[in-house]
Design a protein around this ligand. Sequence first.
Ligand code: LLP
Length: 388
Amino acid sequence: MFTTELIQQFKELETPFYFYDTDLLDSTLAEVKKYAQRYDFTVHYAVKANTNSEIMSRIAKEGLGADCVSGNEVTQALAVGFQADDIVFAGVGKSDKEILTALEADIFCFNSESVQELEVIQELAQRVEKVARIALRLNPNVKANTHKYITTGLEENKFGISLSQLPEVLQVLEKCKNLELVGIHFHIGSQILDLENFRNLCQRLNEIQDTFEEKNLPLKHINVGGGLGIDYRSPNSNPMSNFEAYFQLFAENIQRRPNQKIHFELGRSIVGQCGSLITKVLYLKEGLKKKFVITDAGMNDLIRPSLYQAYHKIENITSTAETAETYDVVGPVCESTDCFDKNVSLKQTQRGDLLAIRSAGAYGEVMISNYNLRDRAKSYCKDWLLNQ
Ligand code: LLP
């Protein structure tokens, strides 16, 4: 991934920074489109994974829709070229201002999460004389077998409407003249590697669809959310998720009705592998039991390891040493959890070396904070670096 020419460029730049391999992003998008089109599936990019405008506009150019979770994400999606009628808007806590932003833009659909939210959307839609299309986000109570912080489809999670509340929801919808029920929405969690979890979702979804039809409510749209995982351990040998198997599973397991549209909201699997956080080694420190590599990137630049105990592969991309050593790779922030990984085998490392923290394209740059008043890391795309 890192050619000598690129590394030469990296050495000129202030660190830490995010680097995006735009060739990999393009080939990932080509793969997503190829297999989604095979079944006439509609894919919305889950903007929350990476809101870098260069990345977003590349995705918009490929014709994907956008899945947004805030008014600002809707505004940004429109600004970079996503079409309003390809935008869905989800989230348990949409503010009035955000709902109005989406109504004014006339987005395709609100993924609605509660009775009270439906009532508020109705009131606001009536005020601005619009009709809001609604997909009910239902909680399917399906396990995702992923980290507990990124599991969403269980009854104990705050997301979605539980099925027992459906009669009440439908009653409310009937009264709301400015709401049009167009479909249902699910999302069971993120970084899901075992496709069996999605098969379980399909089974639940088929039962739920039958319930709607028994009530004489045919569903034009079914949105199955996102969650397809990536291989954090082997980004070089496995840079793309298995989109073929993923889409095929849904095609084989959803009892799709004629002319029904199936929607997906993929974030991590589209942008995760194309991003790396490039950081410089500030110091080597010999502890009593350990050797520490202290980097100029910290948990404020990439919070996933400290927040979810997430693994990211780390490589020394400038060392020419023949031998390797074992280090704890830590950041400069005043927190013990500011550690990227422990007992990492790296080529013998010294002050000034550059490390690449891999698979950081999703939920990396977007989750930056300026804790400790640290600077915000910049970002660079491969084609920009090579063509300047
Ligand atoms: N749709 C909904 C309703 C979601 O809540 C999410 C992610 C997605 C789609 C996209 O899921 P993906 O395809 O990216 O798995 N910050 C965490 C991940 C949080 C995911 C939140 N929801 C992390 O770094 O692992």
